[in-house]
Design a protein around this ligand. Sequence first.
Ligand code: 5RP
Length: 239
Amino acid sequence: MTPQDIAKRAVAAAAVERLVAPGMKLGLGSGSTSEWMVRALGERVRAGLDVVGVATSTGTAALAREVGVRVIELDEAGELDLTLDGADEIDHRFRMIKGGGACLLWEKIVAMASRRMVALVDETKVVETLGAFPLPVEVVRFGWQATRRQIGQILAEHAHVEPRITLRGGEGGPLLTDSGHFLLDCRLGAIPDPPALEAALNRVPGVVENGLFSTVADSMMVGYADGSTRMFGPYASAV
Ligand code: 5RP
C-alpha cells in the first residue's frame, strides 16, 4: 500500500469506530476512502451493529450490499444521522471540491439530507485555497456546448480568465454519471470565493450541480501516512 492508501484506510476505520453508533441511518460516500469506510462498516455490521445506509453511487450501493450493510433509498430513510464521504480537496473551513469520482450530485443530495457530514481525507487533500483540483460541473447532455460557454462566462466574471473546460471522458466517449449527465472539468488554479462561485454556476440553466461543497461538511477527519488520525471541527473533543 502507498502512504496515501495507509492514510485513507486509517481515517476510514477510525471514522467507523468513533462516529458510528447503533441505530444510525448513514449516508455512504463514494471513492476509494469511502470504499475503505464501507468495508470497515461491513465488519462492524457482521459483528452485530444495526445500521442502515443510503449510497451516493450505484458502486457504493453494490459494495455495501456485498459486505453486509443494509442499503435503503434516501426517500425511504428520511433525514440521515450522519454522512461519511471523501473529498478531492478540503480547506480549513471544511469547504470542499468533490466529484473526482463522478458522484457529486448524489453525494451532495445525500450529505444535505444528513444532520451531520464528516469529510474523511488523507493529509494530501487539505489545502489553504481550493482550486488546484479541477472543479467538476455536472451538466445535462442537451446543449452541453452552450452550457460550457455560459460556464466560461461565469468563470470569467469570477476572475478565471479563459479556464480550460474539458468534457470528462472526451467527446468520443464521454463519461455518464449515475444520473445520465455529462461532467465538465474546469481547471481554475485557485478559487478565492467558493460559496459565490458555487451559487453562480448553479444558476446556469444546463448545470445540474457543481463540485463545490461550501457549506456541507461540519467537520473533517484527517488520516496520516503513519496510520494516525485527527478530527477537526465542533465535535473533535467528543471523539
Ligand atoms: C467522488 C468523490 C470522492 O469523495 C473524491 O473523489 C475522493 O476520492 P478518494 O477517496 O478516492 O480520494 O467526490 O465523486
